[in-house]
Design a binder for this molecule. Structure first.
Ligand SMILES: Cc1cc2nc3c(=O)[nH]c(=O)nc-3n(C[C@H](O)[C@H](O)[C@H](O)COP(=O)(O)O)c2cc1C
Length: 235
């Protein structure tokens, strides 16, 4: 608050000293200065509505095309979220074509077939269990590969699952932030999806996420959430 007043006072004196020609200059520089000073600024309430309060899990989709460029935007945002040692284990297959959807279909739980076949895209959120191979590039300031490369597979799986699930959550938030709706699902046969989409690799499926523009008229009312005191303790 005090800084905001300071910035405005500087603008006032610059205009008084150098004339009205400085108005646009001081307006722009004031804006940049404010931006630099308020790195911890909160997002607007409207943004919170888009990302959380009004965002729902969708199962019915509007007939509105979803551009591939938007999928790239979502990934480019989601990849910035933190992971252990910056391991970034998430790998994604965007199932878009009819042919690819047909290959996914036999792995889906019956209740997930219709919504998935009709979604403009289905992201298979996978995880590379041998994520350590990319650590020399991802974590260049230490030999992080040596921390993981000899670990038993079950421990690697724990790391991959934890961090790809976090990245999957960043992915959902990023998708909402660029105006998309999501329908995450764990009702599918992981082994079938791995056989179909990740055969011969060290990638395994974590969860699926339908993407598109949701038909809000088909939503049920939001289910309750736990209150702070039911879910949290401050000790
Ligand atoms: C990891 C995960 C797995 C889910 N699996 C399924 C699923 O298999 N089928 C389904 O219809 N919904 C599934 N859901 C949707 C949840 O039931 C839904 O997100 C939750 O009830 C909250 O709904 P809301 O976002 O509309 O408040 C899943 C959600 C998540 C995050």
């Amino acid at each position: 608050m005090a800084t905001a007043v300071y910035v405005d006072l500087c603008r006032f004196f610059a205009i008084a000293a150098f004339g009205r020609g400085t108005i646009s200059f001081t307006r722009i520089s004031g804006r940049l200065l404010r931006k630099a000073l308020y790195m911890n600024e909160t997002v607007s309430s409207d943004c919170l509505d888009v990302i959380f309060r009004n965002a729902r899990t969708h199962t019915a989709w509007l007939d509105k095309p979803l551009e591939d460029s938007l999928l790239r935007q979502v990934y480019d945002l989601a990849r910035l979220g933190p992971t252990s040692a910056n391991m970034c284990p998430m790998r994604i297959v965007f199932v878009r074509s009819r042919e690819a959807k047909e290959r996914l279909k036999p792995a889906l739980a019956p209740g997930n077939v219709d919504k998935t076949m009709k979604a403009p895209a289905t992201a298979i959120i996978g995880m590379d269990v041998h994520f350590f191979e990319k650590l020399p590039m991802l974590f260049p300031h230490a030999d992080a590969k040596s921390w993981f490369k000899d670990m038993p597979e079950d421990q690697l799986l724990t790391h991959a699952l934890r961090n790809s699930s976090l990245q999957g959550a960043y992915f959902i938030i990023a998708a909402r932030a660029v105006g998309l709706d999501c329908g995450p699902m764990s009702g599918f046969d992981n082994a079938k999806v791995d056989e179909t989409f990740f055969k011969g690799t060290t990638v395994k499926s974590n969860f699926l996420c339908n993407l598109g523009y949701g038909d809000a008229s088909k939503l049920y009312p939001r289910s309750p959430r736990l209150e702070f005191d039911e879910a949290c303790k401050v000790v």
